[in-house]
Design a protein around this ligand. Structure first.
Ligand code: PEP
Length: 249
């Protein structure tokens, strides 16, 4: 039986407002109303206001790529979750590996961001994943456990949560985790949630890391893969929608 999968597109620091609008027009025309329900776009914050109109016609949801853990204040250059919400954003990435790697974001910061987003009724998409070095030294599950344990240490009961398992070595590299690796880790995350955070046990767990239309079907058939967080392939309507169609087809 086919299930509704999530297809989330992380544009990273790509596209300007005009390009974003052209993408949104093309996407809204190309997808059906049913497909639109599965899509969430995470554009750069500077493009969000140019996207709300055309995406709203099809109810395609919008997410922020990052936010600060305080709703407002003296944090020059940061994005406010409250402001994102006022712009029509419903989701926000937390702890993408590029934030951890290039901006030294810690699991403790993730915990505070998850708390703020949940208290604002925004959906945190907590990204977790191990580096190649950590995998090769057999530390994958310990690393993930710590990211989950600390990242969810301030979570708010009764609120929503999405998780994204993104092995760092598979992001933007063209190297996809094998179906066995993905199955093992998604099962591990589900079991961890059931045991430690039962209120979030049914949360969607997305896989991210070089997902393309060609590999989406196989990955989507894995138990506990509830959708994808897509970087590079979300920049073109054909590949972004191609992933959704391949995964449910
Ligand atoms: C990402 O940015 O979260 C990602 C998974 O990127 P890519 O699909 O390009 O590997």
């Amino acid at each position: 039986m086919s299930r509704a999968l999530i297809c989330a597109g992380n544009w990273k620091m790509n596209k300007n407002p005009a390009e974003a609008m052209a993408f949104a027009d093309e996407l809204s025309k190309a997808c059906t109303a049913d497909e639109a329900k599965s899509l969430v776009l995470f554009p750069p914050a500077l493009c969000i206001s140019s996207l709300t109109g055309s995406l709203a016609t099809k109810s395609i949801r919008l997410g922020g790529q990052n936010c600060h853990w305080q709703p407002s204040g003296a944090y020059t250059g940061e994005n406010s979750a409250e402001v994102l919400k006022s712009m029509g954003v419903t989701h926000c990435l937390v702890g993408h590996s590029e934030r951890r790697q290039y901006f030294s974001e810690t699991n403790e910061m993730m915990a505070r961001k998850v708390k703020l987003l949940q208290s604002l009724d925004l959906m945190p998409v907590l990204c977790i994943g191990e580096t190649l070095e950590e995998r090769e030294s057999g530390e994958t599950k310990q690393v993930l456990e710590r990211q989950l344990h600390v990242g969810l240490s301030e979570s708010v009961d009764g609120k929503g949560l999405w998780l994204a398992y993104e092995p760092v070595w598979a992001i933007g590299t063209g190297k996809v985790a094998t179906p066995e690796q993905v199955a093992e880790i998604h099962l591990f995350i589900r079991a961890w949630l059931k045991q430690n955070k039962p209120e979030f046990a049914a949360s969607p767990i997305l896989y991210g890391g070089s997902v393309k239309p060609e590999n989406a079907k196989g990955l989507a058939s894995i138990q506990d893969v509830d959708g994808f967080l897509v970087g590079g392939a979300s920049l073109e309507v054909s590949s972004f929608l191609g992933i959704l169609r391949a995964s449910v087809g």
